[in-house]
Write a protein that binds this ligand. Sequence first.
Ligand code: NAP
Length: 321
Amino acid sequence: MDDSLTSVKLSNGLQVPALGLGTWQSPKEEVKTAVRAALDAGYRHIDTAYNYMNEDAIGEVLQEYIKSGKVKREELFIVTKLPMIHMEPKLVKRSIEMSLKKLQLSYLDLYLVHFPVPLVYEGDDEKVFPVTEAGGWKAAEKTDLLGTWKAMEELIDLGLTKSIGVSNFSISQIERICKIAKHKPVTNQVECHVYWPQKELFDACKKQGVTITAYAPIGSPGRPERLKGKDEPVALEDPVITKIAKKYKKSPAHVLLRNLLQRGIIVIPKSVTPDRIRSNIQVFDFSLTKGEMDEIASIKTKRRYFDMMGAMFPNHPERPW
Ligand code: NAP
């Protein structure tokens, strides 16, 4: 076991388990099985979001494991995200309190601003993606990212979360926040995998002491059809990745995850399949050589699987891509 890669130190001194369980598109009943399998397999980092509508199911299992003494709260690293409809500074505290209640926790380890474009809050907390008549997401006219950040910082001062961070932010958005921050973002959670390695963003964040957390680390094969283009390259089937996997008798998912971990990137592969959950964490018993890391870095195929998220806001000043 290569201990040096099992956790990543954040700028506030906290250690985050470098591999966590993703839970986007994990329905309530399935996520309960998934979180139980993950905790039993040694995962201590769970990533969810207000928008995923599964915080309450995750909270049930966390309570069950903490109450029975199987895990201690302080061993866990629980992450959730501020929805786009609650980015108005006055709504931020109420939103984390709603998430904490569902998760049955008194504090989070990390709270992220989910996306830099605020959506209109219509007074309905369930309507997380209000739409325009044309069918697009209804972005708020007034945008105050720095105001949202100041409201996030207060959550640390109130003891509601130990760290704060962002997700889907561009280099310039990270720089603007770091310039005024009392508590800097500890991470920027973004799409990052072999076909979208985010080298420039990684370097710019590193300069500011901001880590990268990779979503879609194995290429998000289960993302909805509307996010899939025709003839898209499949990261799990990449010939370089499958060749290296064969050499180490590991799965392509292991090689994709190990590549990111060796770059110093936190990974949160999602699965609701207990066997895959148990398997995905088996990435600390082999390592890629420098030659293999270079070979993966030189793969020419490039593809941002979540292109559409930026395209939803063609004219918005905070559109991150
Ligand atoms: P991912 O983790 O790259 O891929 C998940 C998909 O891969 C699921 O369909 C899963 O299927 C399948 N899978 C898992 N392990 C596998 C294995 N060993 N072999 C083959 N297939 C496997 O993609 P993601 O869910 O898009 O991203 C990961 C997490 O990042 C999310 O769950 C979420 O927590 C976070 N995320 C954040 C944002 C954001 O905007 N901040 C956006 C997207 C995702 P089964 O579940 O059926 O096993």
